[in-house]
Design a protein around this ligand. Structure first.
Ligand SMILES: Nc1nc2c(ncn2[C@@H]2O[C@H](COP(=O)(O)OP(=O)(O)OP(=O)(O)O)[C@@H](O)[C@H]2O)c(=O)[nH]1
Ligand SMILES: [Mg+2]
Length: 357
């Protein structure tokens, strides 16, 4: 999974990037043309139990790649070059500055203005992509091709949503629309996780000011929006510490869980992901998939051959395994099942796929 970090200038994108990935990217000022990319493994305590149980030769955690795109100019906008680097991400993390920065002479805090300006920039970028595609197709439409006419009609439908100042994620997208969205690598269909970047002195996040930042964001976006409060600067410091020291410092600050953990949990909820595992002496591996994914498609995450030649899934759930203590006990209780093509993956499922190609 790939997450792109967006936000206005000095909102704390690179600081958050450092805090999430344990990197040391420069935050001392404008860094022209430098893109920061970092990969983290998704912590999952279930993995630790499974590793202890199966003693595998190889361990593969789910990973998340964070992209903090390069500045193309020293402006408040994301800018076209950065947007280009963000087209392939699965979702955005939108950092919103809720702290004053006297060193940079910034004293006003205005989450609604930041939300609006970034939102508008993404909408305009999508409008531009759609407009160009439409013009190209309209040149060909004279030939009377019904397929092209249909495409122009779909583009017009997408454009109308954007004309109303709404991102594409605000409404249901049809199968045909999705194909065009993918082709044009549009931006506003992607889900957004909002990170209110609060001041150190507002930690653990319950001062009036930090609450007002988060509430402003939630108030504008509605209660379904995914909003977390973090202090990017502190996260960047925490990630540098040894485990013990970190725990101590977190306790001092009153922080329950790291920004990374908060972000991952919120992100999994937002994207409605569940995790399945494959376990054996060779490898223990975790795979995130959208809820309601069918067994053959899940198998395809391991190898396309397994999806193509799918016969059946042999499955038990992590919860049963832990409750009963062993695979044999799970089998004895009749909780080790054989499932077919229509089976939907449940969180914590442990699969063995049978296939034939
Ligand atoms: N006090 C405080 N300062 C912060 C916090 N997060 C970031 N900063 C500071 O704000 C300045 C900008 O932070 P960056 O992380 O570089 O912000 P950015 O969004 O990457 O900035 P650009 O890439 O230039 O758009 C730096 O001086 C940071 O140290 C925070 O939570 N509290
Ligand atoms: Mg930066």
């Amino acid at each position: 999974m790939k997450l792109g970090i967006i936000g206005t200038k000095y909102s704390g994108k690179t600081s958050l990037f450092n805090g999430l990935t344990g990197s040391n990217a420069d935050t001392s000022g404008y860094q022209k043309g430098k893109v920061n990319i970092g990969v983290i493994k998704v912590p999952d305590e279930r993995m630790e139990r499974l590793i202890a149980m199966y003693q595998p030769k190889k361990i593969t955690y789910t990973s998340i790649e964070f992209v903090d795109p390069a500045n193309s100019s020293d402006s408040d906008e994301i800018g076209s070059q950065r947007l280009g680097q963000l087209r392939e991400v699965d979702a955005f993390v939108h950092v919103i500055r809720c702290f004053e920065n006297s060193a940079l002479g910034i004293s006003n805090i205005d989450p609604s203005e930041e939300l609006e300006s970034i939102n508008l920039e993404l909408i305009l970028a999508d409008m531009d992509s759609i407009q160009r595609k439409k013009e190209r197709l309209e040149k060909q439409v004279k030939s009377g091709d019904a397929k092209i006419k249909e495409q122009v009609r779909i583009l017009q439908g997408l454009k109308e949503t954007l004309d109303n100042n709404l991102p594409l994620r605000s409404r249901k997208i049809t199968f045909e629309e999705q194909a065009i969205i993918d082709e044009l690598q549009l931006l506003t269909n992607k889900q957004v996780l909002y990170a209110a970047n609060i001041a150190e002195q507002d930690l653990p996040g319950d001062t009036a000011r930090s609450l007002s930042g988060v509430e402003t964001i939630s108030g504008i976006l509605g209660e379904n929006a995914s909003v977390i409060a973090v202090c990017a600067k502190i996260e960047a410091e925490l990630v540098e510490l040894e485990e013990d020291e970190r725990r101590e410092y977190m306790q001092e600050l009153g922080i329950q869980s790291s920004g990374l953990n908060k972000l991952i949990n919120t992100c999994y909820n937002m994207l409605d992901l569940v995790t399945f595992f494959t376990c054996g002496p060779k490898e223990v591996k975790a795979y995130p998939v959208p809820r309601h994914t069918k067994a053959p498609h899940a198998a395809g995450k391991i190898h396309s051959d397994i999806e193509r030649g799918f016969i059946r899934a042999e499955v038990m759930n992590y919860k049963d395994l832990i409750a009963l203590g062993s695979e044999a006990a799970v089998k004895e209780k009749g909780l080790f099942r054989v499932e077919g093509k229509e089976y939907e993956v449940q969180d914590g499922d442990m699969f063995c796929f049978r296939f034939n190609v």
